[in-house]
Design a protein around this ligand. Structure first.
Ligand code: SF4
Length: 383
């Protein structure tokens, strides 16, 4: 195996795997549990972190710039969870005044006390899994909150003093649900949150939804409706003053996600927790996915990663194209060779891209076919 070089990381992702039940479409690394197990979680993270420090490949900066706690449902871990996490990571590492500390929550487990506890621990950004405001849709998804849950949770979050807040919605649902997408968009605008993420429903084979599609009891949305919903959202949120700065991300000025931009810029990060990924330039590795296996390893040896890979030149180049095209910053033209520039010109004629300030960036129409365009550009590379 190639020798691993040391890398300093100032961004950390922490996975909190617990969910009260599994949503119909979800294939995330989730441990179904009526409540989170805070003691086991912090014990496992401490074990993993000690092993990471002993190994010395990912060297955690003395002053983290971003910390992201995702799930699962981190809010299931309760109001003391972020304080306990700060003790695991080290208070001294969380004192940079510029630190962006995001924690995800689901509406049903958001209370004023929870947010206040998290804010006092240092959380200054929250991401709320709303997905829809339609009662029938929420039931179909298997979500635990009702149509008013998001409104109540956003109010609690703001009143407890966290104003940097993102809300997730899912579009592209089966048309038999008769979900009115525009109504959900108007409702999310009424929440007046500075950041919104929109995700197209992804049908993963090893989920109840995937099985229902296979046996014909669910029919995926057609391409036209998927496209119409995405473009309607782009127009509506744009008119409301949100900048569409990445395929799925919309923000009011000054509220883009700094943690996610670490991924898109290809900067190094450390992932802690089951299924978490870590990355540095040409090396990527990921932890054991199953929570019980992960926590056993974390408390025994601390070595929790399952697999690692060194990215060759071709994979790195493909990844750079894909990540670059995801965001509004696009790619510098000078990095493209002549055959690739011809491709870019053809995209502009189709309305998929624009050239500005010596960079190419995709339009919303282009983002709908991001994967295909990335491959096309990669295949066109000379030599
Ligand atoms: S709340 Fe999120 S992580 Fe948990 S089961 Fe539902 S989709 Fe999956």
């Amino acid at each position: 195996m190639d020798t691993l070089s040391k890398v300093s990381v100032s961004s950390v992702y922490v996975h909190a795997p617990f969910c009260s039940r599994r949503c119909f479409y979800c294939d995330f690394a989730v441990e179904v549990n009526s409540s989170g197990d805070l003691g086991a979680w912090t014990e496992a993270l401490s074990g993993e972190l000690r092993a990471v420090e002993r190994e010395g490949v990912f060297v955690i900066s003395e002053a983290l710039k971003t910390l992201y706690v995702g799930g699962g449902t981190p809010s299931l871990l309760g109001s003391e969870a972020m304080k306990s996490l700060a003790e695991v990571i080290g208070r001294n590492r969380l004192e940079d005044p510029e630190l962006e500390w995001t924690a995800e929550a689901n509406p049903e487990s958001v209370t004023h006390d929870l947010v206040e506890g998290w804010r006092k621990a240092g959380v200054n950004r929250m991401s709320l899994g709303v997905q829809s405001f339609d009662a029938q849709v929420l039931t179909w998804m298997g979500r635990l909150h009702g149509p008013d849950g998001a409104v109540r949770a956003v109010k609690a979050i703001k009143e407890a003093g966290v104003h940097n807040l993102s809300v997730d919605l899912i579009f592209g649902l089966p048309s038999r649900l008769n979900r009115c997408w525009r109504t959900d968009l108007y409702k999310v605008l009424e929440l007046d949150v500075p950041h919104i993420n929109l995700y197209g429903l992804s049908i993963e084979s090893d989920t109840p939804l995937g099985r229902s599609v296979r046996d014909g009891s669910e029919v995926p949305v057609n391409e036209g409706q998927y496209r119409d919903e995405y473009l309607a959202a782009v127009e509506l949120l744009g008119n409301a003053g949100y900048q569409h700065y990445e395929v799925s991300s919309f923000s009011q000025p000054g509220f883009s996600s700094r943690h996610n931009s670490v991924y898109w810029d290809g900067r190094p990060y450390l992932g802690l927790g089951n299924a978490a990924h870590s990355y540095s330039d040409s090396y990527r590795r990921w932890n054991v996915r199953d929570w019980l296996s992960y926590s056993a390893l974390a408390t025994e040896t601390g070595v929790t990663w399952e697999k690692g890979e060194h990215l060759d030149v071709a994979s790195r180049s493909l990844e750079r194209l894909w990540l670059g095209l995801r965001t509004v910053f696009g790619l510098p033209i000078r990095d493209l060779d002549d055959p690739q520039r011809l491709i870019i010109e053809s995209w502009a004629r189709e309305g998929w891209s624009v050239l500005e300030d010596e960079r190419v960036r995709l339009t919303a129409e282009g983002w709908l076919v991001l994967d295909r365009l990335t491959l096309e550009l990669d295949n066109a590379r000379a030599g």
